[in-house]
Design a binder for this molecule. Structure first.
Ligand code: PRP
Ligand code: URA
Length: 213
């Protein structure tokens, strides 16, 4: 469902996604279940996002005869923003097994809240592919915006951003700095607190995935 406030934002309100997200938000959900739910939601979101993706006809030989099948019209590159983006990758990669995976390592400086890059490895010829940047949390938008700039500098023009929980502040920043970017989320939350955590949110996603809280 497109957001009235932000036309580039699609909020995926599938009941299975929303019930799993509720469990993720629960402070009592332990790290193991948190990882499982995050991966499941990532699969369900991508299933919805790819509903209208273009396909090409291809020939396939069954054990009995040749027939027409389908393949995705464009190669896909998944780019998780480390660390928390990794928690969504397996669920998506399982659905699109031929996709390649690039990594961008960023952390948010606790004082300036600016994204600091510490690792990047992207596949060659990424500019010929459709790139999906993945991070469960879109808070100030600093991390996503830095990652997107970096990817655009490689000549990529077909990019989407997928997150789980977005704050209005982050969506505003992304739609201002990257007006052509489709953004997909499972929830648009209320606001950021004074430490730029999303309210109501789900806490620190990386810490809850990896048990470092
Ligand atoms: C979290 C999250 C995003 C970023 C969002 O990462 O996974 O990357 O914060 O905040 P922003 O929109 O204000 O930039 P964090 O910096 O905590 O690193 P981590 O994934 O390694 O825990
Ligand atoms: N990063 C997170 O992991 N959670 C937030 O609420 C904000 C940034």
């Amino acid at each position: 469902m497109s957001s009235l406030q932000f036309p580039a934002l699609t909020i995926i309100k599938h009941p299975l996604i929303q019930t799993k997200l509720t469990m993720l938000r629960d402070v009592h959900t332990k790290n193991h279940l948190f990882r499982t739910l995050l991966s499941e939601i990532a699969s369900l979101m991508v299933y919805e996002i790819f509903r209208d993706f273009e396909t090409l006809e291809t020939e396939v030989e069954t054990p009995l005869e040749k027939t027409t099948g389908y393949q995705l019209a464009k190669e896909i590159t998944l780019v998780p923003i480390l660390r928390a983006g990794l928690g969504m990758i397996d669920g998506i990669h399982n659905l699109i097994p031929r996709s390649r995976v690039g990594h961008i390592g960023l952390y948010r400086d606790k004082n300036t809240l600016e994204a600091v890059e510490y690792y990047t490895k992207l596949p060659p010829n990424i500019n010929a592919t459709k790139v999906i940047v993945i991070d469960p949390m879109l808070a100030t938008g600093g991390s996503a915006s830095s990652a997107l700039k970096f990817i655009k500098d490689k000549g990529v023009t077909d990019i989407s951003f997928v997150c789980l929980v977005a704050a209005p502040e982050g969506v505003r920043r992304l739609t201002t700095e990257h007006p052509d970017l489709p953004i997909f989320t499972a929830a648009l939350d209320r606001e950021l607190n004074e430490h730029a955590y999303i309210l109501p949110g789900l806490g620190d996603a990386g810490d809850r995935i990896y048990g470092t809280e």
